[in-house]
Design a protein around this ligand. Structure first.
Ligand code: PMP
Length: 397
């Protein structure tokens, strides 16, 4: 009985071990503070839930077109027109079961075996695996904290080969919380044009911006727009992670292929969730605005507390709901006789001894960092950071 080589080549999630341990400890009644969350801690706004209930009542419970209902595609086009001044036709939109699914379809649609995709490190851990699933090859370009975690165009260009087909741009970024400047987006767009690359723009956090301006790389030029595949979804901005609705906006010929691919794999995303998403995008936006305000104040609180911890430091995030904090000052040192060899060891020791869960940076390609999510209450942020500070004060040479 064999298992496919491709499937075996997909890495299991490095973060799951710590996550499973933290859940086990919680279930055993331990007071664990979790900074691992990848989803808003807010409830889905009531008007969206009501739209879903109405959709059920109205019998909107059957198959829809595989690539999504026209109302939702139109609402997506209207959003991009109103927010960014970008005009798209509904035929360019493919609605899927989440942004992750959209990314999966994207790479399936644009890659041939051996094609390379440039991924900026630190990266969202799913990108390299999705590229591999589509028989592509991830190529990593490091972005430095000193540069605000934005990639340097010379480094990107040095990584381009004849096989490069695409570059992934994730701004605001998971895990870095950075927002790329217009200059940076322009540079990437210019390189994509020069080397004829697709730009896969994961804009899932584009509503969660605290400093700077929300911009899509597709705004940089007509050429950039023509080669960008935008990936976005309902999960983060509308606290709808469980509803599983994402979408792509792509050149028409790419959208068509993605639609066909989807029609033979998952078919349409959940009809009820699609109608709820129309309501989310077209209804009152105050809940979203309130959530963004709360995230902004938590991000300042958490960054201030982290920067007071000996051995740790971080940039104040500009968007998303994560802080990528350096633990460089602690690596190689000892905690209660045990050497902190890297981010996994740090996270394990912290969880076991101070009941606080963080995600090791190695999962995102950067072993001297940890990721902390502030999609949790201020009270938890204060409590967890007090524990982290106590932990770090015990670290010695
Ligand atoms: N892209 C990024 C950068 C993310 O952080 C996430 C969620 N963790 C996704 C895509 C996927 O979101 P979803 O599938 O829930 O729409």
């Amino acid at each position: 009985m064999q298992i496919s080589k491709k499937a075996l080549g997909i890495s299991p999630s490095l973060t799951l071990g710590i996550d499973a341990l933290s859940k086990e400890m919680k279930q055993a009644g331990k007071d664990v503070v979790g900074f691992g969350a990848g989803e808003p801690d807010f409830d889905t706004p009531a008007y969206i839930k009501e739209a879903a209930v109405a959709a059920i009542g109205e019998g909107k419970t059957k198959y829809t077109p595989a690539s999504g209902i026209l109302e939702l595609k139109q609402a997506v086009c209207d959003r991009y027109k109103n927010k960014f001044g970008l005009e798209y036709a509904p035929a360019q939109v493919v609605v899927s079961s989440g942004a992750k699914h959209s990314l999966f379809n994207t790479f399936a649609a644009i890659l041939n075996p051996g094609d390379e995709v440039i991924i900026i490190t630190p990266y969202w851990l799913t990108y390299p695996e999705l590229v591999k699933m589509a028989d592509g090859v991830p190529v990593f370009v490091e972005a430095r904290e000193e540069d605000g975690f934005a990639p340097c165009s010379a480094d990107i260009e040095a990584a381009v080969t004849k096989k490069t087909r695409a570059i992934i741009v994730n701004s605001p970024s998971n895990p870095c919380g950075c927002v790329y400047s217009e200059k940076c987006l322009r540079e990437i767009a210019r390189l994509a044009e020069k080397h004829d690359l697709y730009i896969v723009a994961d804009e899932i956090y584009d509503e969660l911006i605290y400093t700077g301006k929300a911009m899509s790389i597709a705004m940089m030029s007509d050429d950039a727009k023509a080669r960008t595949i935008i990936v976005n979804g309902m999960s983060k901005a509308y606290a709808m992670t469980g509803w599983r609705i994402g979408y792509t906006i792509a050149p028409a010929e790419v959208a068509k292929v993605m639609g066909s691919y989807q029609s033979h794999s998952t078919s349409n995303p959940c009809s009820i969730a699609q109608y709820a998403s129309v309501a989310a995008l077209t209804g009152p936006q105050e809940d979203k605005a309130r959530m963004v305000e709360v995230f902004a104040s938590r991000s300042r609180l958490m960054a201030g507390l982290i920067n007071a911890v000996p051995g740790m430091s971080c940039r104040e995030p500009e968007g998303a709901f994560y802080i990528f904090a350096s633990i460089r000052g602690l690596i190689g040192k000892k905690y209660r006789g045990e050497v902190i060899t890297g981010s996994v060891k740090f996270a394990e020791l912290l969880l076991e001894n101070e009941l606080t869960a963080v995600v090791p940076g190695i999962a995102f390609g950067a072993d001297d960092y940890i990721r902390l999510s502030y999609a949790t209450s201020e009270e938890n942020i204060k409590k967890g950071l007090a524990r982290i500070e106590k932990f770090c004060r015990e670290v010695e040479d």
